[in-house]
Design a protein around this ligand. Structure first.
Ligand code: PEP
Ligand code: MG
Length: 321
């Protein structure tokens, strides 16, 4: 059975009517490269770089980071590797950063907010990424974006980092795609404006769900409310997909929902171009993609988005048709 699944995984994921869906892996570091390759990931849709920081006793140096990014890029070249910049704060604590306690850490000084306020930490990572870009197909992704200014500030810092590397005579790829995560409801609502500033977008359903439904992703007491298939979450995803299509940029999904094969048809119907998930979900999701007709999925998705009143109805309508 294992062998059959791997043979299936090796094939491309193309819908019955010919739409190519990229099926990528989420990774947390070089240790996840082999399982992703074994399961025939066509690239990396989310490299959560915070693990490099969480597993360390102190801030990882530019050289340490460069080595880790390079290793991943080389392993997947020429396929894309989307590396997300540091996402700490929220539930991710970093002892040596001595982050002050916050009343509402998930609404607090997290991810891009922290990085923009600590340019020396952010730039160390950006320089490591720029240097590593020569060794593969790097795409840089920013977490927790909620306004255009955050993108513009990051672009300025990237230019400063390039100038620093020029001074050091170190080379980098000039055309690295820059993208953002859509994981805050505000970002989905203004996705048309954000899409104009970036080369790609990727939906983080784990945070998008908790923020949309005001249900902490780690709190068991509200777990019954936390459902990524809730129509409110799906309508926000729909907004972001439409904005990406209008702007002509690719849109993916790297939250847990991307690996839920019961929802693959709906995700294709929403217009997602890429799905990124833990490696062991890849073979089955690819299989599901091949069984799906994009045009049919699109019509059914439109209907579900207007009629379903909760996540259960969404799931039911996908299993009965
Ligand atoms: C998400 O929020 O869906 C996501 C992919 O990011 P993380 O789970 O690392 O917060
Ligand atoms: Mg997130």
């Amino acid at each position: 059975l294992q062998e059959k699944a791997l043979l299936e995984a090796a094939k491309d994921a193309v819908t019955a009517d010919g739409k190519r869906i990229q099926v990528f892996a989420n990774i947390g570091g070089p240790q996840d490269i082999q399982p992703a390759l074994d399961n025939k990931a066509e690239g990396v849709g989310l490299f959560r770089t915070e693990f490099l920081y969480l597993d360390n006793q102190d801030w990882p140096s530019e050289d340490e980071q460069y080595a880790a990014y390079r290793q991943v890029l080389e392993a997947f070249a020429p396929h894309p590797v989307i590396i997300r910049t540091l996402d700490i704060g929220g539930d991710k604590e970093l002892p040596y950063a001595q982050l002050p306690k916050e009343e509402n850490p998930f609404l607090g000084h997290r991810a891009i907010r922290y990085c923009l306020d600590h340019p020396e930490i952010f730039c160390t990572q950006l320089r490591a990424l720029l240097r590593a870009s020569q060794h593969g197909n790097l795409w840089i992704m920013l977490p927790m974006i909620e306004n255009v200014a955050e993108i513009n500030k990051t672009k300025q810092l990237l230019e400063q980092c390039k100038a620093e590397l020029d001074r050091r005579n170190q080379t980098y790829n000039e055309d690295i795609p820059l993208g953002i995560m859509i994981e805050v409801p505000a970002a989905a609502v203004i996705a048309d404006q954000l899409a104009k500033e970036v080369d790609f977008m990727s939906i983080g359903t784990n945070d998008l769900t908790q923020y949309t439904l005001a249900a902490d992703r780690g709190n068991e007491k509200v777990a019954h409310l936390y459902d990524a298939a809730h129509p409110a979450v799906l309508r926000l995803i729909h907004l972001a997909c439409d904005a990406a299509a209008k702007q002509g940029i690719p849109i993916g999904m790297c939250g847990e929902l991307a690996g839920d094969k019961a929802l693959t048809k709906l995700l294709i119907g929403l217009g997602l171009d890429e799905l990124s998930m833990s490696a062991n979900s890849i073979p089955q999701v690819k299989q599901k993609v091949r069984k799906t007709d994009y045009q049919v999925a699109k019509e059914q998705t439109e209907q579900i988005l207007t009629t379903a009143i909760d996540g259960q109805q969404v799931r039911d309508s996908l299993t009965t048709k």
